[in-house]
Design a binder for this molecule. Structure first.
Ligand code: STX
Length: 316
């Protein structure tokens, strides 16, 4: 059970509603020690939202844990909105949160899309980052998106892939991300929801080495699936609003920052070669490959390595 390795469940000591644009308002919360080391938790998707469980990767006596729901998801509003929703907006939002909370420097903790956004933020504002813990590295290049949504993971999970791809008529299957994006932005609520459920179930079915029925059920929960699928597809038809290989290209900007990378050997959403490539471009980072895990943050070996990494950085 991952719970064994995680810190006890805690409640926030404060939460904020932060207006970041004419339309968008973000949910931001703080938990742990108000005088501790500030750490920003950056969730995945994009569009995945935060979960109270994520507070448990940090020693609450050492860390001031800051979590926020990115534009359009979780408790941020408007729900599932794609308007003014780009990587650059999210980077600016993180800066606004830092300034609002009067934090000169903070740690970043991000998995999957959270690792993408952590790198993108750190490469823009390296002077405000003192340490990074990254998991399930997602470099978000065309080939990384193609691997998961078009062909690659399809060879390991042909059964789940059939359910995902067969939602789209055969003549549109050569570009599944675009075909889903069209449906996820349809004017018909029922069309959007059906597409969201199929898209999200594919990701939930492939995220763990041993698939979890609980996680798969999340794939059909409209409250989770709609923003998750819509925001992901919107980012991915736009190449995540990044130049191809941009994150590796600007790695010099963050080279001096202490960083631990944790990645499951059998990650089918983001193959471990992405973590390996990042580590090769950034040799002073520490790479830990969990031998018996997939993509999820909560598989036991990965959860244990993540907690060890935040413990190790609790004196930086
Ligand atoms: N998306 C990868 C990602 O960031 C391609 C991700 N996958 N699952 C998640 O995030 C949740 C943990 C938020 C469900």
């Amino acid at each position: 059970m991952p719970e064994v390795y995680l810190y006890p469940a805690i409640e926030p000591y404060e939460s904020h509603t932060l207006q970041v644009s004419d339309t968008h308002t973000l949910y931001v919360e703080e938990s742990g020690n108000p005088n501790g080391i500030p750490v920003l938790f950056i969730h995945g998707g994009p569009g995945g939202g935060t979960d109270p469980m994520y507070r448990r990767f940090f020693d609450p006596s050492q860390y001031r844990i800051i979590m926020f729901d990115q534009r359009g998801c979780g408790k941020s509003t408007p729900f599932a909105s794609l308007e003014d929703n780009t990587t650059e907006h999210l980077i600016d939002d993180m800066e606004q949160i830092r300034i609002e909370l009067s934090i000169p420097k903070w740690h970043l903790f991000g998995g999957s899309w959270g690792s993408t956004l952590a790198l993108a933020y750190a490469e823009s504002y390296p002077q405000h980052v003192s340490a990074m813990v990254l998991r399930g590295i997602f470099l978000c290049r065309k080939k990384d998106i193609h691997w998961f949504y078009q062909e690659g993971a399809s060879h390991i999970f042909p059964d789940a892939f059939e359910t995902y791809s067969h939602h789209i008529p055969v003549e549109e299957r050569h570009d599944l991300v675009f075909a889903y994006y069209k449906r996820l932005t349809s004017n018909d609520d029922a069309v959007r929801l059906e597409a969201a459920k199929h898209w999200t179930t594919w990701e939930m079915a492939t995220s763990k080495l041993i698939p979890s029925p609980e996680l798969i059920e999340k794939g059909v929960d409209p409250q989770f699936a709609l923003p998750f699928a819509r925001i992901e597809a919107h980012y991915f038809v736009n190449d995540a609003f990044l130049d191809d290989n941009e994150l590796i290209h600007y790695i010099d900007k963050v080279r001096h920052i202490p960083c631990t990378i944790v990645h499951g050997r059998y990650d089918m959403v983001c193959p471990v070669s992405q973590a390996y490539e990042l580590h090769k471009a950034w040799p002073s980072s520490k790479l830990i490959i969990t031998p018996n895990a997939g993509h999820s943050a909560t598989e036991p070996g990965t959860a244990k390595a993540l907690v060890a990494a935040t413990d190790e950085f609790s004196n930086i």
